[in-house]
Write a protein that binds this ligand. Structure first.
Ligand code: URA
Length: 276
């Protein structure tokens, strides 16, 4: 009997795949392993293994920070400038597509901009695309998105007619991890401009990351949800309400009751403001 463990080379491809799955590898995102426990905001992954002397290149398996704040700040400034120059949503979508300052773009398959009725007065803002959204290139098309559509259908609102939807981040964080504060800060100029150009009369932010970034607060979603606040946008204020993320509701259905109250409050506010 041979009790020796098999080395990788003696695995068949099917056995190797099975072993990866057992180890929790559920997707491949690049040719090289990346240690995500390192700070990701200020690193650039080595793209060209031959350019060892370049100050922007790093060892593949052990990324280290370099020119930390300057590089992040430069990218933020670039995002602000690009966004500010956009005169309409098409220009903004094109500008985001061209922006190379966010490392999330390197691992994403698609840049996810928006969906829904561009003529609507109501804007829903989620966190970031997940795997399904990344594949399809539209926000909220996976399981959580289907629940979101059912939630709004319960108050007679359909995505095609009654609302417009986008995300705080246009790129999927690898493995659907929570975006870092640095990533939110870097992408914020784009969603800020997106809101300005869309000119909503009511904003619904979905989930804690979207709520805390748009409202510039450290409070969590449990504290914020269902409470009307004001989003200040180039001289005007827009009512904004945070609600639980449908992904969270899928895992914690006991919070659906609270969300139902929030949806009814949204319906009432739409009537009060006489918007559509
Ligand atoms: N979760 C989000 O916040 N946005 C999506 O587009 C999908 C899932």
């Amino acid at each position: 009997m041979n009790s020796e463990p098999k080395s990788d080379v003696s695995y068949t491809p099917a056995e190797l795949l099975k072993s990866y799955i057992e180890w929790g590898v559920d997707e491949t995102i690049s040719e090289e392993p990346i240690n995500w426990f390192y700070e990701t905001d200020n690193i650039q992954i080595k793209q060209n293994t031959t350019s060892k002397t370049s100050s922007n290149t790093l060892n593949n398996t052990a990324p280290v920070s370099q020119a930390p704040l300057a590089s992040q700040q430069e990218h933020i400034d670039m995002a602000k400038k690009l966004a500010a120059n956009c005169k309409n949503l098409d220009e903004l979508s094109a500008a985001i597509l061209e922006f190379e300052g966010c490392s999330l773009k390197k691992t994403a398959s698609n840049t996810v901009f928006s969906d829904g009725n561009v003529e609507s007065d109501i804007m829903i803002i989620g966190e970031a695309p997940g795997g399904d959204e990344d594949r399809v290139g539209k926000p909220f098309v996976g399981e959580a998105g289907q629940l979101l559509d059912r939630m709004f259908a319960a108050i007679d609102m359909k995505r095609e007619n009654d609302f417009y939807i986008a995300n705080l981040l246009p790129w999927r964080p690898p493995g659907n991890r929570k975006p870092t504060d640095g990533e939110c800060e870097l992408c914020f100029p784009f969603i800020k401009r997106h809101i300005e150009l869309f000119e909503p009369k009511l904003i619904i932010c979905v989930g804690g990351t979207s709520a805390s970034t748009l409202l510039n607060t450290k409070s969590g979603i449990t504290k914020l949800c269902g409470k009307w606040q004001e989003y200040i946008m180039s001289g005007t204020t827009v009512p904004i309400i945070p609600i639980f993320h449908p992904d969270y509701l899928l895992r914690q259905p006991q919070f659906k009751k609270q969300t139902w109250h929030d949806l009814l409050a949204i319906k009432a506010k739409i009537g009060e403001l006489n918007i559509d």
